[in-house]
Design a binder for this molecule. Structure first.
Ligand code: NOJ
Length: 712
């Protein structure tokens, strides 16, 4: 049934009557994706965020939260790769006091009752609303992160649909993370012994690290609770999971404090509902630094007033409507318009803020903001958020070394970063910055100073020059830029004793960057400098054409031993998509070569799900190409449909005038529009990083959705 669900809320033959939208009429600016079967093949997530606070929420309430840094300020826990999946989350349990029957207001985690048409989740831009009817009680949960506060709001509405009164106990549940997410996962001998959480009336305060670092999370209730729990094991009982907490089963919280173990916030509120009556309960879960005695109450109070959640929702919707209006596309296809004018900009904003870290595929621990990724991400939001892009570009420049290379990633809160010796990374700064200048005309940025990681502040213009000069100074035997550990393709590694592997991808990227700098210099009237950069670009292009053209397409690289990778002479990886697309995008390929390269792409790389990254894929591990050959054939970098690379294929084909080919690839990718096989599995409203390709037996399955360069 999942593959039949559509962006406009219709469900392609599913047996449910279309329900009225909860929060207002559907329109292209308020694109809501409607899910009527909670048993999604993967957790189907939404990201609710403002500039500092972020909550990931699935269609049944699963997911985690953090403030500013997913590694260092993780507020709610999520057990990645858990069975069952998607635990824990932001839950409400509802229990009938007469019979003791209980269930979850958002279906999970109790999962009681067939999902027989009485479930509906609406993921919107900045909010998620779940409705679920059970035992003649209508439940509606709204989750929203207000625009300007470090908190998230949960609003539960209960309506009694029975002709008689009903007495209910309702329990809320949130499981706290002990702030540093890696520590929280691995150092129990310590973390369990520092955990602290207590209730103070209508507020539960998570105080682990409050004394030492001033970190503080709270949850505040709009209704006076009749009970609470702050200790997970006391609430759950021995040997149980989220699906059957003992406190819920027995109908009473234990009023526990947590001074060891796992802190939670669980409130119990009792309701008597007359026939037809609706009652509302609001919870505010938030973060503060250096709290005072009254911090939680002060921060929560405005959000617990009647109408406050509705106002927050209105502001969130207005914000995203404004953001989406910067670029509006009208096509004859309503589904396509909804994606282009809603989910695309939203996904691009999400990746711009979060890079590739916090998702259900990446735990938000290993890496902060990727340098290469963040440069790419600026392109997707530039038209709507130029000031934020400017700030990010300066932050990125400050992660560059004096010699022109850059860190590969850095953590936004601590500034901690790491290098990865991928020698494409620094060049993305040139491409991103020039795009920014072209869009805004903000030439002053060139004179603005940013520090180097290992040196004094220097004008941005000097950072750009350093980036291209590093690559020009590190050429290999064929005169192409050296690869380092790898390039955009993290998994294409060409090791050897001299580290002399060369990348055709980086060569094209460098040629493109040099042309950008030439255009920039010309625009600024620096004619000589413009000529110099253009000559460098042309020399490099000529070299690429001389050494990398294999007859019908461009080779991808040369390894440390001078052997070509991605040519007709190779048994595996005979042709790579990126070498063809980037030679066109960077103006390296003359029209005839562009035409032949694209024809080779169509002939050797096309699949029913989009063009593959390479073909044929490796069947066995090959130390000569490294990590990509670890992957089964057809997966990710080993010949999967790598969606960001497909986006480049769309651009390259369009640039070369191959309109039909560009359109074909575009349609194959477009969320909410492409025909998805049941095997697709990931969220249909956003791009995924990759779709598995033949010959893999699960061809058509998508993974690593949301945080992908495809969005930009
Ligand atoms: C995902 C990484 O985040 C990105 O930087 C890289 O370019 C792609 N994988 C391809 O390997």
């Amino acid at each position: 049934m999942m593959d039949e669900q559509r962006m406009d809320g219709s469900s392609g033959g599913a047996p449910h009557a279309a329900a009225e939208p909860v929060n207002g009429p559907l329109d292209t600016m308020a694109a809501e994706y409607v899910i009527r079967d909670p048993r999604t093949p993967m957790p189907w997530m939404n990201y609710l965020f403002n500039d500092t606070y972020c909550a990931l929420v699935s269609a049944t309430g699963g997911g985690y939260s953090f403030q500013r840094c997913a590694r260092d300020r993780r507020l709610l826990r999520y057990r990645l790769n858990n069975l069952p999946a998607d635990r824990p989350g932001r839950y409400f349990y509802v229990r009938r006091r007469d019979t003791g029957a209980y269930w979850s207001a958002g279906w999970a985690p109790v999962q009681r009752g067939a999902p027989d048409g009485c479930f509906e989740c609406r993921h919107g831009l900045g909010y998620t609303c779940i409705r679920h009817q059970q035992k003649e009680v209508d439940q509606e949960i709204l989750y929203v992160v207000p625009r300007n506060a470090d908190l998230e709001l949960w609003r539960l509405r209960l309506t009694n649909r029975a002709p008689r009164a009903v007495a209910l106990s309702v329990f809320s549940y949130a499981e706290f993370c002990l702030y540093q997410a890696e520590h929280d996962l691995s150092n129990f001998q310590y973390t369990f012994n520092i955990a602290r959480c207590r209730a103070l009336g209508s507020v539960i305060q998570h105080e682990t690290w409050t004394r030492r670092y001033g970190l503080f999370t709270f949850q505040a209730s709009s209704l006076p609770p009749v009970g609470w729990d702050c200790d997970r094991e006391q609430f759950m009982g021995t040997g149980r999971g989220e699906h059957a907490p003992r406190a819920v089963e027995q109908g009473a919280c234990t009023n526990s404090t947590c001074l060891h173990g796992n802190p939670i916030a669980a409130f119990q509120v009792d309701f008597e509902l007359a026939p037809g009556e609706t009652r509302e309960w609001v919870l505010a879960l938030g973060f503060a630094e250096q709290p005072q005695e009254d911090t939680a109450a002060r921060l929560a109070a405005p959000w617990l007033q009647p109408g406050a959640v509705e106002r927050a929702l209105r502001e969130v919707r207005a914000h995203w409507q404004e953001q989406c209006e910067h670029f509006v596309v009208e096509t004859p296809d309503a589904g396509m318009n909804t994606v282009l004018n809603g989910w695309h900009p939203y996904q691009a904003q999400t990746t711009f803020r979060l890079s590739r870290g916090p998702s259900i595929y990446e735990g938000g621990i290993r890496r902060g903001l990727g340098f290469r990724d963040s440069c790419q991400d600026t392109l997707g939001v530039l038209h709507a958020e130029a000031p934020a892009v400017r700030r990010r570009l300066l932050q990125l420049a400050a992660n560059q070394f004096v010699d022109g290379r850059s860190r590969h990633q850095f953590f936004p809160l601590s500034g901690q970063g790491a290098e990865d010796h991928c020698w494409d990374t620094h060049l993305w700064l040139v491409l991103a910055l020039c795009a920014y200048l072209r869009e805004t005309g903000d030439w002053d940025l060139l004179a603005e100073e940013a520090p180097f990681v290992d040196g004094d502040p220097a004008p941005v213009a000097a950072h750009l020059a350093a980036a291209v000069d590093f690559s020009l100074a590190h050429l290999g035997a064929h005169g192409l830029p050296r690869l380092g550990r790898s390039d955009w393709n993290d998994c294409l590694q060409l090791p050897g004793p001299n580290g002399g592997a060369e990348s055709v991808f980086i060569a094209c990227q460098l040629a493109g960057a040099l042309r950008e700098l030439a255009a920039l210099a010309a625009q600024r009237g620096a004619v000589e400098h413009a000529r110099h950069r253009l000559e460098q670009a042309e020399e490099l292009s000529a070299r690429i054409n001389a050494v990398a053209w294999d007859g019908e397409w461009y080779a991808r690289a040369f390894d440390d031993y001078g052997r070509a990778v991605g040519t007709s002479g190779n048994a595996f990886g005979r042709i790579f998509l990126n070498a063809q697309t980037w030679s066109i995008m960077a103006g390296v390929a003359a029209p005839e070569r562009a035409r032949r390269a694209l024809a080779a792409v169509a002939r050797w790389l096309d699949s029913p799900f989009g063009p593959r990254l390479l073909n044929p894929p490796w069947e066995e591990f090959d130390p000569a190409v490294g990590a990509l050959s670890d992957m089964p054939a057809g997966l990710k970098e080993n010949g999967g449909v790598f969606c960001q690379a497909v986006a480049w294929a769309v651009i390259a084909a369009a640039q070369a005038g191959a309109a039909e080919q560009a359109w074909r690839y575009y349609r194959q990718l477009l969320p909410g529009h492409a025909v998805r096989p049941a095997a697709y599995e990931a969220e249909p409203y956003v791009y995924a990083q990759m779709i598995i390709a033949p010959p893999h037996p699960r061809a058509g399955t998508a993974r690593n959705s949301w945080l992908t360069g495809t969005a930009a």
